[in-house]
Write a protein that binds this ligand. Structure first.
Ligand code: SF4
Length: 373
């Protein structure tokens, strides 16, 4: 089974008010120390053969392109030449020559944090790029030979309407990306958005209005020839994100950096989310503080089902039996029949998957499999 490698680069030029990722404002000294820690962590990890690499953040391109290229080179020495190497990009930080360095380093896929093409919505999200920045990045990426270009879009943004969302989707489709991810805004506790929501709950979308936006995304992207291959992800043929497919397939992955998660042989661990703790431990060669748990039995099977149901192909019954020794149709019979009767799950000869309607309440349906014990 394929192994994925994730590297977390946590610095951002500014902090967005809705974000609860592990991230810190970009400071050259902190970013330099972090990189030393990351290299130290990598040195200590035994070499392995991995299929995909994903540089996420934070804002990976808060580091300059030469630094990113050197990091990818080190990762390739450790884990082999990846079949897919992705980097998340903040569009306004990309410079004209960056892609030459990226492509030479082996980066094949870029994921651009667009969120919206509506300048007012971009401002509400606290982002600083312009729609023109996005167009420019796509043009540079294409001419440098990046194999796959993905755009991240966000719906249920305060002030957004069905009409502005459709315009953003139209603008995205017009740029002919290979892949589009659409995420509904979630208000996370402890963020400035959570305070805003407390003060002004009516500024935020309820489930019904949010579902209308999601439905528009599915309709427009499918009409434009994108396969809706996972709840939040759409791809042209041959452009699915293989790194993320490995997550949904419950495959193994290694995470490097602060807050990064790993999953290997049923063991899940998550590094400390404290930047200082991570940097000090990694630089001094101590074990990085982490929380670990071993997933076994029903918990492991329930998680695997939950992940697989996110995908268009759903749960393959024979494959599941072979991997986990569990007959899903029998073990989860009450859940499967309840949601099948409600028209949210579809049971065929060889698989169980979400229906079109089921995709709108995926969390509820998937969560029910975890409750079975
Ligand atoms: S750029 Fe991304 S990671 Fe950084 S604060 Fe904004 S949303 Fe969070």
């Amino acid at each position: 089974m394929a192994l994925g490698v994730y590297v977390h680069l946590p610095f951002c030029p500014y902090l967005c008010p809705y974000c609860d990722f592990a991230k810190w404002p970009m400071r050259a000294s902190a970013a330099g120390r972090y990189l030393e820690a990351l290299y130290a962590e990598l040195e200590r990890h035994p070499p392995a053969a991995a299929a995909t690499l994903f540089l996420g953040g934070g804002t990976p391109n808060a580091y300059d392109a030469a630094t990113i290229a050197a990091l990818v080179a080190r990762l390739r020495e450790r884990f082999g030449a990846f079949e897919e190497t992705s980097i998340e990009l903040n569009p306004e930080l990309v410079r004209a020559g960056d892609f030459d360095a990226y492509v030479r380093a082996g980066i094949t896929r870029i994921s651009i944090g667009v969120q919206s093409f509506d300048p007012r919505e971009i401002a509400i999200l606290g982002r600083k790029h312009t729609p023109h920045d996005v167009e420019q990045v796509i043009a540079w990426g294409r001419s440098a030979g990046v194999e796959s270009i993905s755009l991240d879009l966000m719906f249920a943004v305060p002030g957004q309407t069905l009409s502005t969302w459709r315009q953003s989707l139209q603008r995205a489709i017009g740029l002919q990306p290979d892949h589009v991810s659409t995420y509904g805004l979630t208000v996370e506790s402890g963020t400035p958005y959570a305070l805003w929501q407390q003060r002004e709950p009516q500024a935020f979308f309820d489930d019904t209005r949010e579902a209308d936006l999601y439905a528009a995304a599915i309709e427009m992207l499918e009409d434009a020839g994108y396969e809706h291959y996972e709840i939040s992800n759409f791809a042209r043929p041959g452009h699915r994100c293989r790194h993320n497919e490995n997550y949904w397939n419950n495959g193994d992955y290694l995470g490097f950096g602060v807050g990064a998660a790993s999953f290997r042989d049923g063991q899940r661990s998550v590094h400390t989310k404290s930047l200082d703790e991570y940097v000090e431990a990694a630089r001094s060669g101590r074990a990085i503080p982490a929380q670990s748990e071993r997933l076994a039995g029903d918990q492991r099977a329930g998680e695997a089902i939950m992940l697989a149901l996110r995908t268009a192909q759903g749960v393959g019954l024979a494959e599941f039996k072979e991997r986990y020794g569990i007959d899903v149709a029998r073990r989860y019979a009450p859940v499967v029949s309840r949601f099948t009767e409600l028209g949210l799950l579809e049971r065929t000869e060889d698989r169980v998957r979400l229906t079109g309607r089921g995709r709108f309440v995926a969390n509820d349906v998937c969560g029910a499999f975890l409750e079975v014990s």
